[in-house]
Design a protein around this ligand. Structure first.
Ligand code: NAD
Length: 458
């Protein structure tokens, strides 16, 4: 049985994957490890084509593509290859005394056919990263790349069938109409990364089939800075995390909270950090990306209207260049504070101190990430215990996603479920409960009816 993902009509794809899963093709550890190695080869052997596609879609510098797209998936593969066998070992759990002698354990079993829907901002990492977990867990997988990153989508639709087992791994390209058609099908898990509006559409469609979902969504991730840290070092880290991929990163710091004094001292450091990161001129620097499309470009430049620009603000419609921009003294109800920015604009919102910052963060939706630059242990503890977010980064934004041992995911409006490393395998598995009890001696006599005499129970 073969499947040419680029030519086979859409509807037969899911039954083919289902049949392959039913035949048990995807279950053996050897198949899973073989597919992960094949995926590794796909990335290593097509390095130049991948860099070109990401440059065409997002103007990404090849080094940035290697670091934030290919490298993240490769390290996920390496991490999984060396640990998968032990992750899949059944885990023993204690049995209550009343049930002894008996043994209980849990085992991970694959779910079936998994759909992975990816967004455009890290179009390779956010498609193939979840696929690592889906394959490692022993599932058949259907990949739906984002139509808004067409070069990467086309390249992966070409490469995946060449490298991976076409019976069990397929790619379907397309936009809303095709995704809508796909969502009418029955899957055993849907893994969606993107905005919350579509997240709701995905979850509704999944509910029809009682399909579990993982929703990796976004939101406004705050960064809090106080006066106990080296502001120059903090500015470099913040500018790096914010302006990578031209701000189009789900876990980029969205806005900055600081007291007026800290904001005033930090601003020149941010200006200097931007100059250092982008060779003095982001417009001509090959290290700085572009906005994905005209719609997002218009939206972003619209957010600048009426705001106090500390640095940046300049744009070029033709090339969709928007300078790394810092806005000062932004009102809490300004348009730029009403939506996830998802672009290279960093508003600074002044707070009176940590209490005010925490109150403000808590007044909004739960963010995907929260960052703090403080050397006060007391402040750090309060941030951890008094706010809720998908993750917290002290002293560094974004990088938590590169730690395979940390679950990556949101909470509330920023998503549900998590992945990376072992958590990915668990996400794409069912944890089955198994109990063994010998028939003799029959200790169950103690709980059998009739209940005419006193029974001890379990
Ligand atoms: P997008 O427009 O590429 O959409 C994501 C996917 O949804 C695409 O594959 C697209 O085809 C599909 N889609 C779009 N409209 C649809 C519809 N009506 N019905 C069915 N499917 C549809 O990407 P986006 O949503 O603009 O991505 C940006 C958002 O994603 C931001 O909010 C960002 O924070 C979030 N994000 C989250 C993470 C994370 O890991 N949590 C990572 C990246 C991006």
């Amino acid at each position: 049985m073969t499947l040419e993902s680029t030519v086979v009509p859409r509807t037969p794809v899911v039954p083919v994957l289902r049949e392959s899963f039913a035949q048990g093709i995807t279950c053996p550890l050897s198949w899973r490890l073989g597919q992960l190695r094949a995926l590794k080869r796909l990335l290593e052997e097509n390095s130049a084509a991948i860099e070109d596609a990401l440059f065409a879609d997002l103007g990404k510098n090849p080094a940035e593509s290697q670091l934030t797209e290919v490298g993240v998936v490769l390290s996920e593969i390496e991490h999984t290859l060396s640990r998968l066998k032990s992750w899949l070992r059944p885990k023993r759990v204690a049995v209550p005394l009343g049930l002894a002698p008996a043994s209980a354990s849990t085992m991970l079993e694959p779910l079936g056919v998994v759909l992975v829907i990816a967004p455009w901002n890290y179009p390779l990492q956010l498609l193939l990263g979840p696929v690592v977990g889906a394959i490692a867990a022993g599932n058949a997988v259907l990949l739906k790349p984002s139509e808004l990153a067409p070069a990467t989508s086309a390249l992966l639709a070409e490469l995946v069938p060449l490298h991976l087992d076409q019976r069990a791994v397929a790619v379907i390209e397309g936009g809303v109409d095709i995704t809508t058609e796909l969502l009418a099908e029955r899957f055993d898990h849907i893994f969606y990364t993107g905005n919350g509006t579509v997240g709701r559409i995905v979850m509704k469609a999944a509910a029809e089939h009682l399909t579990p979902v993982t929703l990796e969504l976004g939101g406004k991730s705050p960064v809090y800075v106080d006066d106990t840290v080296d502001l120059s070092a903090a500015a470099r880290r913040i500018a790096w995390g914010k302006f990578m991929n031209a701000g189009q990163t789900c876990v980029a710091p969205d806005y900055l909270l600081a007291t007026r004094e800290v904001a005033e001292q930090l601003a020149p450091h941010l200006v200097q950090a931007i100059a250092e990161l982008y060779d003095g001129d982001p417009r001509t620097s090959s290290s700085y990306g572009r906005i994905i499309n005209d719609r997002h470009f218009e939206r972003l430049t619209g957010l600048l209207r009426g705001e106090k620009v500390i640095t940046g603000g300049r744009s070029d419609t033709r090339t969709r260049y928007l300078a790394p921009t810092v806005l000062g003294d932004v009102a809490r109800d300004a348009p730029v504070m009403q939506q996830e920015i998802f672009g290279p604009i960093l508003p600074i919102v002044e707070v009176t101190g940590l209490d005010d910052a925490i109150r403000f963060i808590r007044s909004g939706e739960k963010p995907l990430a929260l960052y703090a630059f403080t050397s006060s242990r007391q402040a750090a503890k309060r941030i951890l215990t008094e706010t809720s977010s998908g993750a917290v980064g002290f002293g560094i934004p974004v990088a938590h996603l590169s730690v395979p041992g940390l679950p990556f995911g949101g909470v509330g409006e920023s998503g549900m479920g998590a992945y990376h490393g072992r958590r990915s395998v668990e996400t794409f598995s069912h944890e089955k409960a198994v109990l063994h009890k010998r028939l003799a001696p029959d200790t169950m006599r103690l709980v059998y009816p009739p209940f005419t005499e006193k029974k001890d129970g379990f």
